[in-house]
Write a protein that binds this ligand. Sequence first.
Ligand code: FES
Length: 177
Amino acid sequence: MPHTVENRINHDPPAEEAPRRSFLNWIWGGLGLAVLAEMVWLAGAFLRPRRRAVRGGGFGAVIDAGPVERFTRGSVTAFPRGRFYLARLEDGGFLALSRECTHLGCTVPWDEKEGVFRCPCHASVFDIRGDAIHAPATRALDLFQVDIENDTVRVDTGRRRRRSAFQASQAAYPART
Ligand code: FES
């Protein structure tokens, strides 16, 4: 039988198909949203800074340095695995200083006798607060985040802060100093 214009354009679905299509559209819409949500979550997980769950670990982790009273005022304690020094200032404040020289990155040892950090590579010198007091370094040693909870000092070696010089607000203090 030859096709006529009428029987070619008469493709309206039967009335009972409309709810079915609507249901399928709803399913596809839901799946699309689920896929989109997963992609957003994956992108966020990729871009989010990595947080380490392990406490007391090495560099990059949150390190339990110990109880406040373990550190005498005016002292510097090395944490080789965390790659930092914990300096306790004379006023009781704490600073976690990166051991990397801000000139070209050599490791700076603490000179207990002189009370300074002295870089073996090009002779930069830093005081106990990390301030550069002798060139060629021109800025202070970087800091790691220090938190004191329940009289325990914790250093987050995943949170490093660059600075030009020491400021009082950079030190962390226990509840009682
Ligand atoms: S790397 Fe320390 S002074 Fe050059």
